[in-house]
Design a protein around this ligand. Sequence first.
Ligand code: GLC
Ligand code: MG
Length: 396
Amino acid sequence: MDRLSAAARLMIVSDLDHTMVDHHDAENLSLLRFNALWEAHYRRDSLLVFSTGRSPTLYKQLRKEKPMLTPDITIMSVGTEITYGDAMVPDNGWVEVLNQKWDKKIVTEEASRFPELKLQSETEQRPHKVSFYVDKDKAQTVTQKLSEIFKNRGLDVKIIYSGGMDLDILPQGAGKGQALAYLLRKFKSEGKVPTNTLVCGDSGNDAELFSIPEVYGVMVSNAQEELLQWHAANAKNNPKITHATERCAAGIIQAIGHFKLGPSTSPRDIKDESDGEVKSIDLGHEVVKLYLFYERWRRAEIDNSEIYLSSLKANCCPSGFCVPPSGGEISLAEAINQFRKCYGDKQGKQFRVWVDRVLSTEIGPGTWLVKFHKWELSGEERACSIVSIIVRIKVI
Ligand code: GLC
Ligand code: MG
């Protein structure tokens, strides 16, 4: 959270399964489009928050399977665990809030009396979350009965039904919405409330996100019945909530445009960058464009033309030059020359490149250190390298 010295321009709080991540998109194209947009135009001054029902174990598994960016804040286990940064430093203050009127032992004991409830795997049972599977037609009755029992035993719990199969029992003060409200209170106390916040979801456990005052919200096109019903009953006339016509991450990009929250064209959707004249040097955008070119070059999606290489060299750092700190002082122009050797070697093959955590720091007048993680997916193999580039921009 301390990464930004001022309020974030945009804070995106997104669910993962079937929202940021489309499990029906084997190529992950909409996620890759979102990634390029975020790193090119938002990473520098905005905050990315993932809010998932998954436990830390299943969240880490998903990160290994899908080309996901590193969020600034990770909220897991349906708003019961908040962590910061790549190191995932836990928010212990939040744990204290959740301990109120909560007794996991009683919750497990009472719920186990219901044969309709099937306990989820051990990894998904967390200190402030007890989770089951239950059939759609039984969910409502079980929820009512359980609520009554817990009340009589002096517990204040929240029962959430998601995805037409998952039933989570949490402390009343927990949930994705309460976790976001807690974060916003924290930002307020630091005088850093994001200028805009966009929440994104598809299922029952996301409903709470849409009831937080002031936020924009997008229900992706593939949203579940339970979320659409909640919206119809509780937020139908809220103009800040939209139901996208596009699936998952594509729906998020669509909402950024719909609410005019900032740039909403992913660099992946621009086929020919050469006509765009460079207005200002945005290093994040330059890095994204460079690696997109590299991907398309190796996939032979662009012509093997010297014109492209020279325009890339000219456009990349129009008034400066780049030198990697290690690796024998290869100038960026020279590195681009080496592209010649690998033109089309990934044609017709699965090959994608994306960058994560692109951050630039001015280390001297006109001299910038740009650091990022570069990922390559080739067939089933995924590889990451940490890249540092020094860019000297000539002051004219
Ligand atoms: C994720 C979690 C599961 C939870 C569900 C709905 O799938 O792994 O435990 O029940 O989200 O919140
Ligand atoms: Mg979901």
